[in-house]
Ligand binder design. Sequence first.
Ligand code: UD1
Ligand code: CA
Length: 455
Amino acid sequence: MSVTVVILAAGEGKRMRSSLPKVLHPLCGKPLVHHVVETAKRLKPDAILAVVGSRKEAVLQALPEGVEAVDQGLPRGTGHAMMRVAEEHPRLGGTVVVLSGDVPLVTAGTLRAMLAHHRRRRAALTLATAVLEHPDAYGRIVRDASGAFLGIREASDAPREILRIPEVNAGIYVMDWGRLRPLLATLRPANRQREYYLTDLASRALGGGMRVEPYILRDPREMLGVNTRNDLANLHRILYAVRASELMERGVTVLDPASTFVDPGCSVGRDTILYPNVHLRGARIGRGCVIYPGNIVEDSTVGAGTILNPNNWIEGARIGKACRVGPMSHLRPGTVLGDGVRVGNFVETKKARLGRGTKAAHLTYLGDAEIGRGANIGCGTITCNYDGRQKHVTVIGDGAFIGSDCQLVAPVKVGRGAYTASGTTVTEDVPPGALAVGRARQRNIPGWVKRKRGQ
Ligand code: UD1
Ligand code: CA
């Protein structure tokens, strides 16, 4: 039996009060709709359709590969969205799974269980429900005294006794398209929002003698939707808490899960300690590391046993084992640190390779630099890599010693084991083993202060 997934993503998202379409708001580093598309792909369906409408150009551009768009035009409700799917895909059949672009936590496992339930019961419609402590604005599941399902009532149209019902509609449906499709034409926008509600299909199907199966979610968090910025914050809290607890199960110490922000797709090795206020995006952290507060690590790898002192921004970097970084360092893309390297306090690197055991411990800028092993880069060193038009490379050999406050005017090479005297502006290559001194000689003028200032 063929399976098609339809993702509803045409709504306006008024309650977000945003110029960004709701389904493009990022959740843990990815647009909401990407979370849903990734889950849909795990079902290996025959097709994934996304209904777009409001600010569709932006949504279309952001849709991942393998998703076909259906243009809803002016969105007139979730029922109208599915009418447009029926119009655009007249030959659609089999099973249709309907998901919402703003309900991102539903898992493929849950959808598979729903599909199995749907087939076992030969249902025309299976709809996910959950019992919530705060059912707020969700549609309510109405049942009779014996618990048999009767229909869904939208909160905005519901009287008080209906609003007291804690069981809500998750907005996740499995449909036997052949049987439900003809019912779409019977929907009417006879409600306060003047919209075609997809939810009205449930009572229509019952009325037509079809089987409708509410499917109660085991984890009600899977159905949480994003309608407001508060909802978005809530989902961030949930996803980050889930990530933190997964990490802890794998042997990572997380001091405060509520303030640890590890995006999906990151990995952290066993016995690593994450202090509060650490943000990891696209990061791979080895075993036994210590990540102190205030580190933001993006698209980078960190080797085992490395210590990230407080407050570093690390982007596009490869950091070896047993390194020490920071405090207050900015490692920019193209930074490669060998094992045992020490970088920071207050050091910026960009396209810089530092060989094993090299130290740049204070107030330094290293850009477009190739630095060997065991070199010492003194406090306040600057690679002058930019001449206003082009970037140039500085090469520093193994074991070289760059005195404090040197400028290296690239392109320039400092040979193996060479020294540069403190305060030198290096404009010419320094041969291996040589000392470069390039600074004005000091003069002391005796008695100057008394003569000049009369003191
Ligand atoms: C909907 C359900 C509600 C359920 C809730 C679960 C209806 C009428 N109500 O309410 O019972 O509890 O989801 O999250 O379905 N969309 C379109 N085209 C439209 C309107 C909406 O594609 O014309 C999309 C939206 O982009 C969104 C999804 O459908 O992704 C749901 O729409 P939304 O307006 O957020 O519905 P809710 O009020 O949350
Ligand atoms: Ca919604």
